[in-house]
Write a protein that binds this ligand. Structure first.
Ligand code: ADP
Ligand code: MG
Length: 317
């Protein structure tokens, strides 16, 4: 099928070409759209969809976790711009086969993360689905005018940095997909990272106010894929050292036990929802972070010291 053959990003590029950006607005191509307001603030807007069978399996995630995650992945896109999240709109198409109490538990997870981040639920849409469960959340936030951290602002020579650790969520997914023992403390941690992600809102705000921090995004598809967005939008290449990728102790011991490659999960595994950012070498952010590489001239992503290439998670292929 033609649309599927060009892949998710090819399709988005095609849509983008046909819908030019209005003057002064940042539209398609970043974690959020950035819309200036008369108040002197910029409104941030994003929307994300979760489809049963594609983003989650109903048998493997509790309704509470799914409610949490649906809001979390959207709030994360506000964090990615260095913004304050304010409100969400929740739409779902519910199959009639959902058990009693399922929606209540989903809404409890949604409510808990919303109150943790001070985000109000202001509307949505509810409908029946003949087949799979579909969830769509739209999120609104704000930042001072011009303060949003864009994917297009990286500069040659910038350090490439990440918050937190990478690969935990991919390991959690591996446990789910392979029906592995969930009772160990490592498995519990990795599953928690997969099912109950933490949007890095305060880190994003802090990074956005740090002089020398240039480009930023959240890591939803794995750095191998997501860093390419910063490269493309900024017209640069990048070099990332695999051995510098921050790994949790839980991931290291889980991978040692299972014979998995922790660095590969960290490079190509999705859904970490950490922040990926670039900064001038003399910038001094006050949040914990790890330097994993550098922005370079050109358009290639290279992994010095490794003869492997990583792709990251792709939809529609
Ligand atoms: P993220 O991973 O941060 O959610 P995506 O990779 O899903 O971002 O989307 C990249 C960009 O493409 C975003 O700016 C998003 O709003 C835009 N986008 C994705 N799908 C569509 C679509 N069907 N129509 C218009 N814009 C889209
Ligand atoms: Mg994003």
């Amino acid at each position: 099928m033609k649309l599927l053959s060009i892949g998710e990003f090819g399709l988005i590029e095609q849509i983008r070409r046909n819908f030019p950006e209005p003057e002064g607005v940042r539209g398609i191509g970043d974690d959020c759209a950035v819309i200036p307001q008369r108040s002197g603030l910029d409104t941030l807007v994003s929307t994300d969809m979760l489809i049963e069978g594609s983003h989650f399996l109903l048998a493997d995630i509790s309704p509470y976790e799914l409610g949490w995650k649906s809001a979390a992945v959207n709030i994360s896109d506000i964090a990615a711009m260095g913004g304050n999240p304010t409100a969400t709109f929740l739409s779902f198409a519910l199959p009639k086969t959902l058990p009693d109490g399922w929606v209540e538990a989903f809404m409890q997870g949604y409510a808990d993360i919303s109150s943790r981040y001070g985000v109000a639920l202001l509307g949505g849409d509810t409908t029946a689905s003949p087949d799979r469960l579909c969830i769509n959340v739209a999120v609104l936030g704000f930042c001072p005018h011009g303060a949003a951290k864009l994917r297009s602002s990286a500069r040659e020579g910038d350090l490439v940095c990440v918050t937190g650790t990478l690969g935990d969520s991919a390991a959690g997914l591996h446990i789910v997909l392979n029906g592995l023992d969930r009772s160990t403390s490592e498995a519990q941690y990795l599953l928690g990272r997969h099912h109950l992600p933490t949007p890095r809102v305060s880190e994003g705000l802090s990074l956005a106010s740090c002089p020398g921090v240039h480009a930023m995004m959240d890591i939803s598809d794995g750095i191998a894929s997501d860093l390419r967005h910063i490269m493309e939008e900024s017209g640069l290449g990048a070099s990332v050292e695999l051995c510098k990728l921050p790994l949790s102790e839980e991931l290291k011991s889980f991978c040692a036990l299972q014979g998995l490659d922790a660095e590969e999960l960290a490079a190509a595994g999705g859904e970490d929802y950490e922040l990926l950012f670039t900064m001038a070498p003399d910038a001094r952010p006050s949040v914990p972070y790890t330097v994993i590489g550098r922005m370079t001239a050109g358009d290639e992503l290279v992994w010095p010291g490794s003869n492997r290439d990583f792709v990251g998670f792709r939809h529609l292929i």
